[in-house]
Design a protein around this ligand. Structure first.
Ligand code: HEM
Length: 418
């Protein structure tokens, strides 16, 4: 037995590949095997350590002085020369939020926190309700809907487009830039796709560079103008590369995650009619239902850290320079924290203690916005569609092929309108 009381790591097959399509489709048995047999699992052949228990994940996230976020995202960090050539036509990537450490991270974070304060986010509620209703208007007469493409994609995209002050008519480009940015994070794309994503990144930068330029002479009440007026430490303006980095992270971190949360929460409700009944009978359960859905189907399954110094986690020695994946989604099903962890229980008392928004310095800056969007989404959906069921024969519950992000590709529903 290891120092954690767990059985030795050899109980996981030696050729085990966490990136295999089977594991990406259903990672939960693997997470359970890790938590029980090798809670800090050194993946053979790939080399990184996966941290799978709630307490250990919490420890890593709260010690940024040892476990750094300063690294390129992704499993394979070496981009081929032709990809680098395309990227060199844009602004160089700079570390602002996700890939930064204190104290520099804290300076950027303080600026962006202002834009996401509870007051500013709360003021968006009427707009979010209006967007939700407009999306529902487009399919309410049909009696059926593919929820991902017809609702869950559009809502967060329209909200962030409005917040940045860019026209919703550009939303198809937004969606493409955001999809292309997240596609690279799981490290599971081929060379052609890498080239496409690099072109898309440069295109994104050119578009927002022009919007920032416009705001110089015609400021508006939007996030783009806020970034232009922001002053690091009260004096120093952000440069264009820093502003673009922040906008890019808002797109990457805020869109697909919220889309996936809405879709998976609905999937859990329609597959658990007793829980659906509880929520439709008492809408005050919606916020906790959303926390519980996020715990069970965490849109961000895990993220990377690098050990700045040799250390130990759960009795396992971590060498300096080692790469780690903090597997939030596994911690969220840790039986030591959540009794009967695979059960969807909309009344679970501690659902909100999940790690799906991270913890510590990098705790999701958009958490209040994501919570508001999904609460309003379910309030409007369940009011206007009081009876919802899976569309017969249309759902295969396939997920996007990523080791890091989890999301249903489609969710076909039938419903009776109110
Ligand atoms: C359900 C929806 C969401 C989930 C599950 C989610 C998840 C996360 C997680 C796990 C982190 C921590 C990263 C780390 O530990 O390194 C994070 C950070 C972040 N999130 Fe979210 N997020 C969501 C929605 C949003 C939204 C709506 C926005 C903004 C529009 C947003 C913007 C960010 C940014 C900018 C960071 C980086 C914060 C930093 O490094 O200081 N997220 N998010």
């Amino acid at each position: 037995m290891s120092a954690t009381g767990a059985a030795p790591q050899s109980r996981l097959p030696s050729d085990f590949n966490p990136l295999s399509p089977e594991n990406v489709a259903d990672p939960y048995p693997f997470y359970r095997a890790m938590r029980h047999n090798a809670p800090v699992y050194h993946v053979p052949g790939i080399g990184f350590f996966i941290v799978s228990r709630y307490g250990d994940i919490h420890h890593v996230l709260c010690h940024p002085e040892i476990f750094s976020s300063k690294q390129p995202p992704g499993v394979d960090t070496r981009a081929p020369d032709d990809v680098m050539e395309i990227l060199s036509q844009g602004y160089p990537p700079v570390d602002t939020l996700l890939t930064n450490d204190p104290p520099v991270h804290s300076r950027f974070r303080a600026l962006v926190n202002k834009a996401f304060s509870a007051r500013r986010v709360g003021a968006l509620e009427p707009k979010i309700r209006q967007i939700s209703n407009e999306l529902i208007d487009c399919f309410i007469g049909d009696g059926e809907v593919e929820l991902v493409s017809q609702f869950a994609v559009g809502l967060p995209m329209a909200v962030i487009a409005d917040a940045l002050g860019v026209p919703r008519s550009n939303m198809d480009d937004f969606k493409r830039w955001s999809d292309d940015a997240v596609a690279q994070i799981g490290g599971m794309i081929g060379h052609e796709r890498q080239l496409e994503c690099a072109h898309s990144f440069v295109e994104f930068q050119r578009y927002f560079e022009a919007r920032l330029e416009e705001r110089k002479s015609a400021p508006r009440d939007d996030l783009t103008t806020d970034l232009l007026n922001a002053r690091l430490d009260g004096t120093q303006p952000l440069n264009v590369a820093e502003m673009l980095s922040i906008i890019h992270q808002l797109l990457i971190a805020g869109n697909e995650t919220t889309t996936n949360l809405i879709a998976s929460a609905m999937m859990l409700l329609v597959r658990n009619p007793d829980q659906m009944r509880l929520v439709t009978e008492d809408s005050s359960l919606i916020p906790n239902m959303i926390e519980e859905a996020m715990r069970l189907e965490s849109p961000v399954q895990g993220l990377f850290r690098v050990a700045k110094a040799a250390s130990e986690i759960g009795g396992v020695k971590i060498p300096e320079g080692a790469r780690l994946v903090v597997m939030y989604a596994s911690g969220n099903r840790d039986e030591a924290e959540f009794p009967d962890p695979d059960r969807f229980d909309v009344r679970r008392a501690n659902a909100r203690t999940h790690l799906a928004f991270g913890q510590g310095e990098h705790f999701c800056i958009g958490a209040a916005l994501a919570r508001l969007e999904s609460r309003v989404a379910f309030e409007t959906l369940l009011t206007r569609m009081p009876v919802i069921r899976l569309a017969a024969g249309k759902n295969d519950f396939a997920h996007t092929p990523s080791f890091i992000l989890r999301g249903l590709k489609e969710l076909h529903l039938e419903f009776e309108p109110s």
